[in-house]
Design a protein around this ligand. Structure first.
Ligand code: SF4
Ligand code: SF4
Length: 445
């Protein structure tokens, strides 16, 4: 089996984002492999923990992936302030006589955006509507690379590192089986400090918001990078709870066309034609449905939903990101996709001066008080029961290959990616007995 097949069998999907199946991403030949180790979401510490403690595995897997992709270069891109992590990686590079390079970036948000990181490392701009492959690059998250190391050593993707922070007894990095409940994770972090809380699954800027009840019914999946517990009356909860109608009405009535959202948009800074202030102006004149064929509105498809415009830039507390997200759904419903033009893009000359310091981003998101902390240890835990969704990735759900009553071992295939479809295999994350099979496979020890 070659690397792509091993990655497919192990069920690896991108750990840092939406869960794109990694075997598809690696089915390419490129010049440059870039490892995204920026961990640009303020507050998360998962990738930093992995770099400090799994450096040899990371470098070894980097070399294997680089060779598989035929890439002449492999660069790990991280923030220059990650001193311990850099030292740890450098020791591993030396020990393995590796040619992997380290690229040190400023601490800004969103340093880990795929297209931003390509520009930082190579100076190239991914074309609007394109992907890093268009400029000869593959970008892979550092946690994904760790999972590849395991796959090359015959281990399936069964466990996840994640950060628990915010209003918890003790902020901590966990290593738990997929399907572990949020409730168990919260207990491992010393419980919640407050009764009435709200949860962000992921980072404060791009994470998925959850009510307390939703969180208490959720489980760790392949894309869970952390949980942040926040007081329910704060800025993030109120933004997330704003209804669609209210968002649109506020956009119509309160946008002063100051243009700050566009000036600070990281994708606009790369030279892409997305201009959120113009989309807000259009929406102010009519309904989204009426504007659907307008080229300015179609440019909403270039929005990566980083949240800079609404959490940082807008002085009126408006939500251009949410408007873009609504527009994108409407465009998708109408079958409208962004058409690449083939033109060359030039980075805005002011880009360097408009980078947003990570700590300031955390402050504006109302999470600054949780920004500074250090993780020393990782807690490992195996629950008595796991609930494993058959869809934890982009693509079609995996098809169960076990039935209730079966005995399974950790790492055993329990749901298979359908032949010829985009998706990923799913494996048992603990030893035990299958209790039920459906959209979720429940296993008890
Ligand atoms: S969320 Fe806002 S700032 Fe980020 S890419 Fe979209 S329009 Fe630009
Ligand atoms: S920053 Fe806010 S007020 Fe200014 S143009 Fe953008 S949406 Fe309108």
């Amino acid at each position: 089996m070659n690397l792509t097949q091993k990655v497919f069998e192990a069920g690896i999907v991108g750990c840092g984002g939406a869960g794109f199946p990694t075997h598809i991403k690696y089915n390419a030949k490129v010049e440059h492999l870039i490892i995204n180790a920026a961990e640009c979401e303020p507050l998360l510490r998962t990738d930093r923990y992995i770099m400090c403690n799994k450096a040899r595995e990371i470098i070894s897997a980097c070399e294997a992936i680089r060779e598989h992709l035929g890439a002449s270069d492999c660069t790990i891109a991280l923030k220059k302030g990650y001193k311990e992590e850099i030292a740890s990686l450098e020791v591993a590079i030396l020990a393995l006589a590796s040619k992997v390079k380290i690229h040190k970036m400023e601490s800004f948000y969103p340093a880990g955006d795929e297209q931003v990181i390509v520009c930082e490392v190579t100076g190239k701009v991914v074309p609007a509507g394109g992907i890093p492959l268009d400029v000869g690059c593959v970008v892979s998250n550092v946690a994904t690379v760790c999972a590849v190391y395991d796959a090359l050593n015959g281990k399936s993707f069964t466990n996840k590192y994640l950060t628990m922070t915010g209003e918890v007894g003790e902020p901590v990095v966990l290593n738990v089986p997929l399907g572990t409940s949020f409730k168990d994770c919260l207990t491992l972090a010393g419980g919640a400090n407050i009764e009435d809380y709200f949860v962000i699954c992921g980072g404060p800027m791009m994470g998925k918001p959850m009510t307390k009840e939703e969180a208490l019914n959720s489980v760790v999946t392949k894309t869970t990078s952390g949980y942040i517990i926040l007081p329910s009356g704060g800025r993030l909860p109120s933004l997330h709870q704003t209804t669609v109608e209210h968002t649109i009405n506020r956009a119509k009535s309160a946008c002063i066309q100051c243009n700050f959202c566009t000036q600070l948009c990281p994708r606009n800074m790369l030279g892409h034609p997305i201009e959120p202030h113009k989309i807000m102006r259009k929406i102010a004149r009519g309904s989204i449905e009426e504007m659907i064929g307008d080229p300015v509105v179609i440019n909403a498809l270039l929005c990566c939903e980083c949240g800079v415009c609404e959490l940082y830039a807008c002085p009126m507390q408006l939500q251009p990101r949410k408007v873009n997200s609504l527009v994108k759904k409407e465009l998708a419903k109408n079958g409208i996709r962004y058409q690449k033009t083939g033109e060359e893009y030039t980075v805005n000359i002011n880009r360097e001066y408009r980078k947003i310091p990570s700590k300031r981003a955390a402050n504006r998101a109302g999470t600054g008080k949780y920004y500074d902390y250090t993780i020393k240890n990782c807690k490992e835990f195996t629950p008595d029961k796991v609930e494993i969704p058959v869809k934890q990735h982009i693509g079609v759900p995996a098809e169960p290959v076990v039935k209730a009553g079966d005995t399974v071992r950790c790492g055993q295939l329990i749901a298979k990616c359908p032949e010829g479809k985009m998706g990923a295999n799913i494996h048992a994350s603990i030893d035990g007995t299958v209790k039920s099979v459906g959209e979720v496979i429940i296993i008890e020890r």
